[in-house]
Design a protein around this ligand. Sequence first.
Ligand code: CDP
Length: 210
Amino acid sequence: MIIAIDGPAASGKGTLAKELARYYRLPHLDTGLLYRAVAKAMVDAGARFDEVDAAVRAAREIDPPSFNEKELKRASLADAASLVSAIPEVRLALVSLQRQFGQKGAVLDGRDVGTVIFPDAEVKIFVTAAPEVRARRRAAELSEAGEPMPYSDVLADILRRDERDTTRAAAPLKAAPDAHLLDTTYLDIDAAFRAAVAIVEAVRAGRKRG
Ligand code: CDP
C-alpha cells in the first residue's frame, strides 16, 4: 500500500506520515529531506540556487541513508530547498529514487507525492492547517531543536514558501483530485492521527467492497 501525504509547510504531514508508517509497518520517506539535501550540497559547494547544472548534479548524488535529519531540518535550509525544488530538472532527477523507495509499499510525505510521484497511490491525504497555527507549531519545533526564531519570521517564511510552492510551474503544491482533505487547525497530533487512520481504513474497506 502507498500512502501519499502532501501539504504545505508545517501542516503536520511529517509527524502524521511517521505515525502512519509505524502503525501500518511501512517504510517512511520524508521527501522534503531530498530537496533539503540538494540545497545543502549547493550551499556547501558555494553554488547559487539558480545554477541548474550544479543543482542537478547535487540531486543525482544525494544519498538518503547518510542524511543527518536534524541538520537538514534547519530553518535556513527550508527556503533554499523551496528554491531548488522549483527547478524542473532537479525534480525529475529525484523521481526514480522516490518511486523505488515506494516499490513494496510505503508512506511518503511531501508536496507532489499524490499528484506526480504516485498518482495511483491507494490512499492520498492532503494535510492543511491555518498559516498562523502552522507558524506556531514550527516556532515551537525550532525552539525545541535549540534554534529559536521569532514567530513573525517563521510565519513570513511559511507564507513565502507556500506562495512559491503553489505557483511554480513544476509539480506545484496542490491536492490531487482524489485526495482526502485533512485540516489539522483544531486537531492535536493524536486526533490528526486518528482521523488519518479513519481515512485509510475507509479507503481499504471501500476497496474490498468494490
Ligand atoms: O516541513 P516543511 O514544509 O518546512 O519542509 P519540507 O517538507 O522539508 O520541504 C521543504 C521545501 O522543499 C518545501 O518548501 C518545498 O519547496 C520543497 N519540497 C518539494 O518541492 N517537493 C516535495 N515533495 C517536498 C518538499
